[in-house]
Design a protein around this ligand. Structure first.
Ligand SMILES: [Fe+2]
Length: 231
């Protein structure tokens, strides 16, 4: 995709748009780690709930590019503002907002897709717009850097989320092995060889004690428990 402007030329348009797309994939993959029913958790008390960051990344891009590089419709001004600033804590302490204070996941996901579609549509037709105060490459790099910065902080934030709130990657080993299978097995009786002591007199008159094997009896069969771990 070529993105140029009569007054502002993006030096590496394909590279910038590719980086923006890669950044979206990176943050999408991070959110996919979290189980759907845990996206309103707050792994770090001082930070926002996870759902805020899902909308925040798109709200930032929209608020950054709209009016400076693109002319976008005001489709969801309330969500633009909510995901730009979050919900401020009362009294300056730790955040106290509840999951019910946030839009449903369907609304948030729809907002994300809507913003991405509007931005991508605008970037496709960027050559028809006039240049603004800031170079397009600068604005796109700010959007990319902001997203990657949040990818880094999301990574350590999600590290604080308990395992049972996360989706295991495909093919990952089970962390809690199943109880081992047990079964009783019989060990059959076998012949026993006993070494019988024999004293011999040697040519120098001394004696030597040797063992001479001979079959004397059979063992009794026994039953033991066999444990087979399930890994
Ligand atoms: Fe941010």
């Amino acid at each position: 995709m070529s993105v140029t402007n009569r007054e502002v030329t993006i030096d590496s348009p394909s590279a910038l748009l590719s980086s923006l797309a890669d950044g979206r994939c990176t943050t999408d993959a991070l959110f996919d780690i979290v189980r759907r029913d845990s996206l309103y958790e707050r792994p770090i008390p001082e930070r926002h709930r996870i759902v805020f960051y899902i909308g925040h990344l798109e709200a930032f891009d929209r608020n950054l590019l709209n009016g400076r590089l693109l002319s976008l419709r005001d489709s969801s001004p309330e969500l633009d503002r909510l995901f730009a600033f979050g919900i401020d804590p009362v009294g300056g302490g730790l955040p106290t907002d509840q999951p019910s204070d946030w839009p449903s996941l369907d609304i948030v996901r729809h907002y994300v897709q809507q913003v991405r579609d509007e931005i991508d549509e605008g970037l496709t037709h960027l050559q028809d717009t006039n240049g603004g105060e800031f170079p397009a490459a600068l604005l796109l790099n700010v959007a990319i850097e902001h997203r990657l910065m949040h990818a880094e902080t999301l990574a350590y934030m999600l590290h604080r989320l308990p395992y049972d709130h996360k989706n295991a990657p495909a093919g990952a080993p089970q962390l809690t092995p199943a109880r081992p299978q047990t079964a009783m097995v019989e060990v059959p009786a076998v012949p026993l060889l006993w070494a019988c002591p024999v004293t011999a007199t040697l040519s120098d008159g001394t004696t030597s004690m040797n063992g001479t094997p001979s079959t004397s009896t059979r063992s009794r069969s026994i039953v033991i428990r066999r444990r087979t771990p399930n890994i």
